[in-house]
Ligand binder design. Sequence first.
Ligand SMILES: [Zn+2]
Length: 486
Amino acid sequence: MYATASDVYEGAERVVSCPICGNTGGRFQSLGYYVKCPSCRGATRAEAVPQDELDAYWQGEDFWSRDEIEKRKHRAPVFREAARILSRVKPIPGALLDIGCGIGTFLAICRDEGWNVAGVDPSPIACRVAEEEYGIEITNDLFSSEFFADRKFDAVFAAQVLHHLPDPEAFLSDVVRVVAEDGILVLRTPNLVPQEWMLRLQRLLGRRERFFCGPTLQVFHPDTLRLLLGRQGFDDVSFVIARPFLEPLRGRAAIPNLRRLLYAGLKVAVYAGTKALFHVSRGRINLGPSLIVVARRKAPPAQGAEEEAGARGRHLREIVGNTLSLGFLKSLAYSFAYYVHEQVAWRARIHAEEGIRIHATASIRYAENVYVGRNSHINHNCCVWAGQRSRVRLGRDVLMGPGVCLFAANHGSRKGSPMMWQERREADIFIGDDVWLGANSVVTAGTRIANGVIVAAGAVVTKDVTEEDAIVGGIPARVIASRKGG
Ligand SMILES: [Zn+2]
């Protein structure tokens, strides 16, 4: 799986399989004891480290020496900085898991801020110290989602873990199982970008394992992490430049303190420059010594939204499919013919005096039998249907509300013949001058309406209205009042 260091270092840059992204093509570049993948831009140790050696390192007593434990306690500001980054992306504390939590310093800080905390660490010593020092019970093992099968965490933290793992992708795919929807994952791992030349130098100087704490199996480029996290369904991946840890002055000895002071000054200068460059390049140039990644897990689309998206896709396919069919052309021709019949043809045949208005949505049949007097209005959605042998005659100044129907032909009702083929009974409709037909009123064949009549909205007029200026309403319509009285 791995190229050996000598294979790579002798200048024979060989194609190997990248344990980070699986890529096998292109030229793997030598970076001292590491090889850099041309695809994911991550660097992998050229020589594999056996798993039992790794286990011995992390679980043995050497790593968590008394000195190391004391050092961690003093490094509380580093963890407070991490807690600050966490609270910026998750302002409301929920459930937090720290993977590789060590002696639990970060967990203790977060617990004080209201988080419900859990931790896992392979070192029995670290777990014991966490319980003694902070009263936090840690799961003592390498991380597995099985330990937290019935739990989901709003935030999962894994600082200085990923680069120690033989298979970082397998680790992330297991971690994602315990991250709640819309939960976040925060990783901290060395940044290959500023360390690339250091790695080359390391080999030349014959030094091993001095640049990173613990056996480092890979070093990641920001692009590597974007790729790995994207594959696991983290859609929102961003990087943070963290404030450096400045060691406080201690004791009275001048030289060590001067050294601490110079070192702190250098760190602040590097931090300021890195942060400015990161900002100006809109996050494209990240020279921070560590990559701090904040990734948010995609919330699955709501079921309704998914159905809606599915329906939209179906409709679109339906539209495209039908547009390309012969039926569509036929239907287009029918619609066109109908439009000509309803909106164009009659205009040449209708008998109209000046000043009339007919709305575009009105329907006129047998226009040669339709007579419209001066200043009369036919409104939205009105049907003025004369028959083959029957006329509709509107007087002058007739006002029609929307949806008025005048039917000068009627189907018969004889039993034994389909409605379609019933004999039509045709009879003229005469509307007098100055008549107002209210919205949605209906006038049936053979009906005459006298001058000045008002037909109430929704009425159905089936018999002649002979009384001038009458107000009629209802079904069938009858006289309810007179304009003369009002
Ligand atoms: Zn790769």
